[in-house]
Design a protein around this ligand. Structure first.
Ligand code: AMP
Ligand code: MG
Length: 351
C-alpha cells in the first residue's frame, strides 16, 4: 500500500482522533515521545505489527517495545504479579525512558515479541504519546519511526524523510526532549541487567536497586538473556563515522589543512573544550555540541546532527569526539559506537 503521508499537529484534536482510529483499524502511525519518535501499532494485532517491520525494513528477530498509558494495560500484557523490584522501578521512573522486560501474557502475539516469551514495556512521558495511547484504548507496539539502521528520528521531518509513502500519518509534537532511546532493563532474574543504556542512567538505577546492577554489553560472567536488537549496526548514517579520543581529534584539528574555500570534506563534531584549537581557515566543517560534561545536550542533538551531515553533499566523512561514559554519556557513547561500526550485518540493519 502506498500512502499519501500526512503530518498533523498534535494540538489538532480531530487529527489526534484520526490517528487513534487508524491504530484501532490496524494501521500504523508515527508519534512523538520524549526519547525519539515512535512508529505505533496495536500491540495485540499481529497483522498491524507486521506492517511496522515492513515499513522500517526491520529484521524480524528484533522485538518491539510496548507502550502503555496505565496500569490496566500493563496487566493485560504481562503474566504473573509484579515483583517488589518492578514496583519500585515503576513508582520511580514511569512515565519515563525506562523499558522493563516481563514474562508476556497471551495478549501479546509472537510477532510483537519476535518469538520471545517475554515482552518489553514502558510508559512514555510525552503527553501526546499518552493521549494517543488513551484515545486508541490499547497498548502500542512502537520501535523508533526511522528506516531500520538509520539514526532515530527526533523530529516529524525525520520520520517523513524515512517513511513517506509507507505510513498514513505522522503526529508532529516538536523535538524529542531526551533525544536517545529508553534504557532497557531485564528484571526477571536475581540481578537486574541493563540490556541497553538509555535515557535513565545507571546511576539513577543504582540509587533504587543498589550495586547489584549488571551491564549486558560490558559483562562476561553472566548468563546473558536474549536481546536481539543489540547485535546490529544501529543509528548509523550512510557515510563513514569515526569515533576519536579528544587527543586524536585535537591532532586532526592541529593538522587541518588551510582552505579558504572551505570545501568541507570532513565534518568534525567537537566539544566546547576542544574548540579553542580551531583556526579560522581550517578546512573542516566544525560542529560544536557544548561541554563534554553535558552529555544531555549532545544526546538531544545527536541523531539530528548525524542526519543533517549525512544529507550534506559536501561532507564525505564524519568524525566525533568521544565523551566520558558518565551519566547520559554512557548511552550516547553506546549509540556512537554502534554508528561507527563499519559493516552492516548480512541480515540487514538494526533499528
Ligand atoms: P527499539 O528498536 O529502539 O525500540 O529498541 C528495542 C530494544 O529493546 C531492542 O534492543 C530490543 O532487542 C529490545 N527488546 C525488546 N523486547 C525485548 C525482550 N522481550 N527481551 C529483550 N530485549 C527486548
Ligand atoms: Mg530504534
Amino acid at each position: 500500500m502506498i500512502w499519501e503521508t500526512e503530518i498533523v499537529k498534535h494540538a489538532n484534536k480531530k487529527m489526534m482522533q484520526k490517528a487513534a482510529d487508524l491504530i484501532k483499524a490496524g494501521e500504523i502511525v508515527a508519534f512523538p515521545t520524549e526519547t525519539v519518535y515512535g512508529l505505533g501499532a496495536d500491540a495485540s494485532n499481529a497483522i498491524a505489527v507486521e506492517k511496522i517491520f515492513k515499513a522500517k525494513g526491520r529484521p524480524q528477530d528484533n522485538p518491539l517495545i510496548v507502550h502503555i498509558a496505565d496500569q490496566e494495560m500493563l496487566f493485560d500484557c504481562i503474566s504473573g504479579p509484579l515483583t517488589k523490584m518492578a514496583q519500585k522501578l515503576i513508582a520511580k521512573f514511569w512515565p519515563g525512558p525506562l523499558t522493563l522486560i516481563f514474562d508476556k501474557s497471551n495478549y501479546i502475539p509472537e510477532e510483537t515479541s519476535a518469538g520471545l516469551k517475554t515482552v518489553a514495556i514502558r510508559m512514555p512521558k510525552h503527553p501526546v504519546a499518552l493521549d494517543l495511547i488513551k484515545r486508541a484504548g490499547l497498548p502500542l507496539a512502537a520501535p523508533s519511526a526511522n528506516s531500520s539502521g538509520y539514526p532515530s528520528p527526533t523530529r516529524a521531518e525525520h520520520v517523513y524523510y524515512d517513511l513517506e509513502g509507507k505510513i498514513p500519518l505522522i503526529v508532529d509534537g516538536g523535538s524529542s526532549q531526551v533525544g536517545i532511546e529508553s534504557t532497557v532493563l531485564d528484571i526477571r532474574g536475581e540481578k537486574p541487567i541493563i540490556l541497553r543504556p538509555g535515557g535513565i542512567t545507571s546511576d539513577d538505577l543504582r540509587e533504587v536497586l543498589g550495586e547489584d546492577l549488571v551491564h549486558y554489553e560490558k559483562s562476561t560472567d553472566i548468563e546473558k538473556p536474549v536481546s536481539p536488537g543489540m547485535k546490529y549496526r544501529h543509528y548509523a548514517p550512510h557515510k563513514a563515522v569515526s569515533l576519536l579520543s579528544t587527543e586524536e581529534i585535537q591532532a586532526l584539528i592541529n593538522n587541518c589543512p588551510a582552505d579558504p574555500e572551505k570545501k568541507f570534506r570532513k565534518a568534525i563534531i567537537i566539544s566546547k573544550e576542544t574548540d579553542f584549537l580551531v583556526r579560522p581557515d581550517c578546512q573542516f566543517k566544525i560542529i560544536r555540541y557544548g561541554s563534554r560534561n553535558n552529555p544531555a545536550k549532545l544526546a538531544r542533538k545527536l541523531f539530528s546532527l548525524l542526519r543533517s551531515l549525512d544529507q550534506d553533499r559536501s561532507v564525505k566523512q564524519i568524525y566525533i569526539e568521544k565523551i566520558p561514559e558518565k551519566g547520559l554519556g554512557e548511552a550516547v557513547m553506546n549509540r556512537l559506537q554502534k554508528a561507527a561500526l563499519q559493516e552492516r550485518p548480512i541480515s540487514g540493519g538494526g533499528d
